[in-house]
Design a protein around this ligand. Structure first.
Ligand code: SF4
Length: 320
């Protein structure tokens, strides 16, 4: 048998998925194509990530936008290690038993944000169901370290559901990030196959709770399409998110990372994304970003400015 390092790496990253049958990864439509990552700023970003021993979701999730984002010095840092305690069927982050938390990591992230002179930063993490607080305190420490090293930087966090552990969401919200993002990822019917370790209403409640703790924090959530959901089901999720007072919705096309992951059921066209965006705006979100390559942190800095402007405009026109 020929030695194939790629297959070996995939098997190590996703041991739980090796029993799945291979599901062919069909050809992507033209509108999904992206340029190979390269360029001077891209290399600078890569050097900083390496120098500060940071992990990025851009690399771990094999994000198609890495060339564009890193060339604008926009990377999404992933804290609490590279190994996730869950095994979602869409996700390319490695599954297994994670290492102990690195207590110096929050400071390293803070220093990197300062060195990169970032105006806006996005911090995400793996799921840490093994920790008593699901990693809430580590998130707070990271927010504090960034505020200390780079007080002008706006902070966006993209969190797991902390396995619904007592007080975790409240603690992180009290850390006062500017944007609190938690992705629903898919419609409730598909949770058992796509996000088996999570519960739809737990995630929805987390988003609602953030606003109860601090209504000034912007809340944000994201969906992937192409997993077999219907337009009507997406509409219901939009209504649920609005009922939880979520401000910002992102919708992007799911891409299958390996043949062992959930297959793409279909590619939604750019026109269908435009239709979803229009529909979501009509339902009252302050901001909506829907396109085939939209990801939670794609264009996050520009979108944060638009989000602030949209809230200011809404308040200006509010009837008191
Ligand atoms: S969209 Fe987000 S995850 Fe993807 S490369 Fe850009 S910053 Fe990284």
């Amino acid at each position: 048998m020929t030695y194939n390092p790629d297959l070996l790496d995939r098997a190590k990253r996703h041991p739980e998925k090796q029993k799945n049958p291979d599901r062919p990864m069909g050809k992507k439509p033209d509108w999904i194509r992206v340029k190979a990552p390269q360029g001077a700023v891209y290399e600078d970003t890569k050097d900083i990530v390496k120098k500060f021993k940071l992990t990025t979701v851009c690399e771990e999730a094999g994000c198609p936008n890495i060339g564009e984002c890193w060339n604008k010095k926009h990377a999404t840092f992933m804290i609490m290690g590279e190994v996730c305690t869950r095994a979602c069927s869409f996700c390319n982050v490695a599954t297994g038993k994670p290492d102990a938390l690195d207590k110096m990591e929050p400071l390293r992230v803070g220093v990197a944000v300062e060195k990169m002179n970032l105006k806006h930063v996005v911090i995400t993490s793996v799921d840490r169901d093994d920790l008593d607080d699901g990693g809430a305190e580590h998130f707070v420490k990271t927010i504090e370290a960034i505020r200390f090293k780079s007080p002008e930087t706006s902070i966006e966090i993209l969190t797991p559901d902390f396995k619904n552990k007592d007080g975790a969401t409240d603690a992180v919200a009290r850390g006062r990030p500017d944007v609190f993002n938690h992705n629903l990822e898919t419609v409730p019917r598909l949770y058992p196959t796509i996000r088996p370790g999570a519960r739809y209403f737990t995630s929805l409640r987390l988003l609602e709770r953030v606003k109860e703790v601090d209504p000034s924090i912007f809340t944000k959530s994201g969906l992937m399409v192409g997993l077999g959901e219907t337009r009507e089901e997406i509409g219901q999720v939009m209504d649920d998110l609005r009922a939880a007072d979520v401000d910002f919705l992102t919708v992007g096309q799911y891409l299958q990372p390996t043949p062992k992951h959930a297959p793409v059921e279909r590619f939604w066209t750019p026109d269908e994304f435009a239709d979803l965006e229009k529909w979501a705006r009509a339902k009252g979100f302050l901001m909506v970003s829907a396109s085939p390559l939209t990801r939670s942190s794609y264009h996050a800095e520009d979108d944060f400015l638009k989000l602030k402007a949209a809230r200011a405009d809404k308040l200006k026109h509010a009837v008191i």
